[in-house]
Design a protein around this ligand. Structure first.
Ligand code: G3H
Length: 530
């Protein structure tokens, strides 16, 4: 096969590079006069391969990190700040006006998503729209939480008014594969619940935040959203070392999460909201519908080139159907179309990390040296920014591709006779997010499901793994996650129950009545938000 690119349509060309020359603290877009880092795309605009310069971002340092921390702490003001004490309806209004302005930036953000991380046009549009929907769904879920708590209850002679309150200052770090969606799935519920936030965009997928900077500045009170640019370690470490962070919200690798958690001097004060690595298996039973299984395994293992935490990263196929599955699956993988993100019907697109093709080749070579073969014709063929998906079989436990979360275009396959093989491997593994099971016989599926639900947090029957719909719980066991993120659960993860209690007597009841009948407290309220 040849890697050929069609010319870049005029509409998607980078006509001007993006200069992100400020950062957001204290409600001000502070102009940056120091060093900058260039942002390149691994997509080439020339016929002879050359990464494309997209723009530049400030290389901020420790001083700016502390400036952002002080700004967020001041905006929270030990719970006295405008944002954490604001009426729920007013926080909702701010969020609604932010999302309205954000919608106007769709085209710019989508174009940068394609260039920065190589996500195809359809999926880039989906990422933007899904994020907008997520914000509206979060607003609705928050209204419901607020309605449910717009009441008093009485027990053992004590009246209680129980609500959810913010936790404080949140450090929010997102991943490159969903630099908008996954980051906002942390940022938005954190803000909605009244926390203040320091946010550092991912290394790849950073310029796409530029079009939203003014909206952050305009629609939230000063210091509520602070945006920093630069290297994670340089910025996040001093922030954590201060001990002033109440929530670490991170989608990424457990090694970063552990290092950051370690830098916090009072770990017991730190809440963790983490989406981490996974190695979701597909288990193909002898009675699986192979047409459907192949379609789902292709989608599951190779959409966005396998760079999804929910991707199927290892396939277990029963001995009885191994040969036919592997042959048909390989043929279908070889038919996938490689190209630039805007090319029509493109499935495989350039990898945004310049070092990724080499890493994938190393996984392939390691597996080959230990007895695996590349099964598909095009598997492993490479160009400067891509390696065509390699299906590797038979894969064994000593291979790196068995142990590592490959997060890229390589599909390891293992065959099994006894269902205990995949079950034992899953029990031993460091991951525990989801699994896909393909089969029909409920006599075997039933007990299998009963075990799998205790090894992972979502068992997908005859379909690939995925996060959505966002209304459902998204979490994992072991090194795969901490806390749960669904629209509703995320609001809970970023808040704590806190309440007002008073003995049931005349004097106290009069105070409560007066509070309810006045505007003196924003917390004590039985208003029903429509
Ligand atoms: O990278 C992990 C994402 O949460 C996966 O989401 O299943 O919608 O692609 P997705």
């Amino acid at each position: 096969m040849e890697f050929k690119f069609s010319p870049i349509p005029n509409h998607f060309e980078i006509k001007e590079t993006v200069t992100q020359d400020n950062y957001l603290v204290n409600g001000k877009l502070v102009s940056w006069k120091g060093d900058f880092s260039p942002v390149y795309s691994t997509i080439s605009s020339d016929e002879k391969y050359k990464p494309t310069l997209l723009g530049k971002i400030p290389s901020l340092g420790k001083d700016q990190a502390i400036e952002a921390l002080d700004s967020a702490c001041q905006a929270f003001d030990n719970g006295k700040g405008l944002w954490p004490t604001m009426k729920v309806v007013d926080r909702i209004k701010a969020m609604e006006s932010f999302v309205e302005e954000m919608k106007g930036k769709r085209e710019e953000v989508v174009n940068l998503l394609m260039w920065e991380i190589g996500k195809n046009h359809n999926d880039s549009k989906k990422e933007f729209d899904r994020t907008v929907d997520y914000i509206y769904d979060t607003i609705e879920a928050y209204k419901q939480i607020d309605r449910d708590s717009a009441k008093f209850q009485k027990n053992s002679g004590i009246n209680a008014h129980i609500r959810r309150g913010p936790l404080g200052v949140v450090l929010c770090l997102g991943p490159y594969n969903y630099p908008l969606n996954e980051t906002f799935c942390l940022l938005i519920p954190a803000l909605m619940m009244g926390n203040t936030v320091i946010f550092k965009p991912a290394k790849h997928g950073v310029l796409l935040i530029s079009p939203l900077m003014e909206a952050f500045q305009k629609h939230f009170p000063p210091g509520v959203v602070n945006v920093l640019f630069g290297r994670g370690r340089v910025l996040a470490t001093p922030i954590m070392e201060s001990g002033k962070i109440n929530v670490l919200a991170l989608i990424g690798h457990s090694s970063s999460a552990n290092a950051l958690q370690e830098s916090h001097p009072k770990k017991n004060r730190l809440r963790l909201v983490l989406g981490l690595e996974a190695k979701n298996p597909a288990i193909i039973m002898p009675d699986a519908d192979l047409d459907l299984t192949i379609k789902e395994c292709i989608n599951g293992s190779l959409s966005f080139n396998g760079q999804r935490c929910t991707a199927l990263k290892i396939i277990y196929v029963h001995e009885d159907v191994k040969d036919v599955f592997i042959e048909r699956f390989s043929n279908e993988v070889d038919k996938l179309k490689y190209g630039n993100p805007w090319d029509e019907n493109v499935n495989l697109t350039p990898l945004p990390e310049p070092s990724k093709p080499k890493y994938i080749q190393e996984l392939i070579s390691d597996a080959q040296s230990k007895g695996a073969k590349i099964i598909n014709k095009n598997g492993g063929k490479s160009c400067e920014n891509y390696v065509f998906p390699a299906i590797l079989f038979p894969v064994s436990k000593d291979m790196d591709v068995y142990k590592d979360e490959q997060f890229g275009p390589v599909v390891p396959i293992i065959s099994f006779k006894d269902i205990d093989t995949p079950l034992e491997d899953m029990a031993e593994s460091n991951y525990g997010q989801q699994v896909s099971v393909f089969g029909k016989n409920t006599k075997t599926l039933g007990p299998l499901i009963d075990t799998l639900v205790n090894l992972v947090c979502r068992v997908n029957i005859n379909s690939s793994c995925q996060r959505g719909p966002d209304i459902y719980p998204f979490t994992g066991r072991k090194d795969s996650a901490f806390s749960t993120l669904s629209v509703h659960d995320a609001l809970r993860s970023f808040s704590i129950r806190t309440f007002v209690a008073s003995k049931d007597n005349k004097e106290n009841n009069k105070i409560i009545k007066d509070l309810l009948g006045s505007d003196n407290s924003n917390f004590v309220s039985t208003d029903y938000i429509l």
